[in-house]
Design a protein around this ligand. Structure first.
Ligand SMILES: NC(=O)c1ccc[n+]([C@@H]2O[C@H](COP(=O)([O-])OP(=O)(O)OC[C@H]3O[C@@H](n4cnc5c(N)ncnc54)[C@H](OP(=O)(O)O)[C@@H]3O)[C@@H](O)[C@H]2O)c1
Length: 273
């Protein structure tokens, strides 16, 4: 009996230590006033995006949930309207795996919305396969896409200098969301309990995006990388300005934009994760 109690006590102590070390909740923030502001949250139907949209709606913003699945997007918008009492939460269809859909979304948004103050580039997937434009989705490409996010913010900030438009790359932390729904079956018994015990919840995972999108005084850090609501130095390839420029130029070619193509003006503040 004594040994069993000692074992249980040690396990509890180990769990507390690990949880404290791995699952550091971001600091609480004062709620900013966002009435009269319009925000787009891509992938706002679940996880970190839904939590980000909920908090922006609580602050009074008009929030556009830009997501691919209409029933899930409509349901999330309804839920947020009910929970916050903010009627200005709407769903608009956007499938980021289709450039045709991206262009249709941009056209519809520009037609119906007079302003855009915040763009939260949140949507992401870790699944496999290819998009309709032939871009690959395997796991290694997911990791590469996160490096591309950081480089993109860096180059975008350079191009936005002097415009008062700022952008940031964020890491939300390890967050227990539907992102891991495609985890192989054999790995789930190990992975899911770990995620449940040690990962942040979606509201905690939204804090760094919200910090960058709404905190005043960060403007001089435009293009930089944030985690845990703090400025961080990413690893060297993510600080390579030549690589960032090459990525931008390759992206322009791949999506058919650039000097000769159409080039929609960017949003006042963009956050990518
Ligand atoms: N969870 C983590 O530990 C973690 C860590 C680092 C970075 N992140 C990043 O955080 C972001 C949010 O992820 P999450 O953890 O909240 O995952 P999630 O719960 O799976 O949410 C992802 C959202 O993106 C949407 N989405 C996926 N593909 C889309 C597409 N082609 N077009 C439009 N929307 C699409 C999903 O819509 P559906 O409802 O239609 O599926 C969903 O609303 C992602 O970029 C992810 O890579 C997460």
């Amino acid at each position: 009996m004594g040994w069993a109690l000692l074992g249980a006590g040690l396990l509890l102590a180990l769990y507390t230590l690990l949880r404290h070390g791995l699952r550091r909740s971001p600091p609480l923030r004062d709620r900013p006033e966002l009435r009269g502001r319009t925000a787009i949250v891509t992938g706002g139907s679940s996880g970190i995006g839904a939590a980000t949209a909920l908090e922006l709606a609580r602050c009074g913003a008009r929030v556009v949930l830009a997501t691919r699945n209409a029933p899930r997007g409509e349901a999330a918008a309804r839920r947020i309207r009910t929970e916050t009492g903010n009627a200005e939460v709407v769903f608009m269809q956007l499938d980021l795996a289709s450039l045709r859909s991206v262009r249709a979304f941009a056209t519809a948004f520009l037609r119906q919305e007079p302003h855009l103050h915040l763009l939260i580039n949140n949507a992401g997937v870790s699944a496999g396969g290819t998009t309709e434009d032939g871009f690959s989705l395997p796991f290694q490409d997911y990791c590469d896409s996160k490096l591309a996010n950081v480089l993109h913010a860096r180059e975008l900030a350079t191009r936005l200098q002097g415009t008062q438009v700022t952008c940031y790359a964020v890491h939300p932390g390890f967050v227990n969301t539907e992102l891991f729904r495609h985890t192989p079956l054999w790995l789930k018994p190990l992975f899911l309990p770990l995620a449940w015990l040690f990962f942040l919840d979606a509201a905690e995972g939204a804090q760094t995006s919200l910090h960058c999108a709404t905190q005043e005084g960060l403007e001089r850090f435009s293009g930089r990388y944030f985690a845990d609501c703090r400025l961080q130095e990413p690893w060297p390839p993510a600080r390579d300005d030549r690589l960032a420029r090459a990525l931008w130029e390759a992206s322009e070619r791949l999506v058919g934009l650039g000097e000769a193509g159409e080039n929609p003006s960017p949003a006042p503040a963009a956050v990518g994760q």
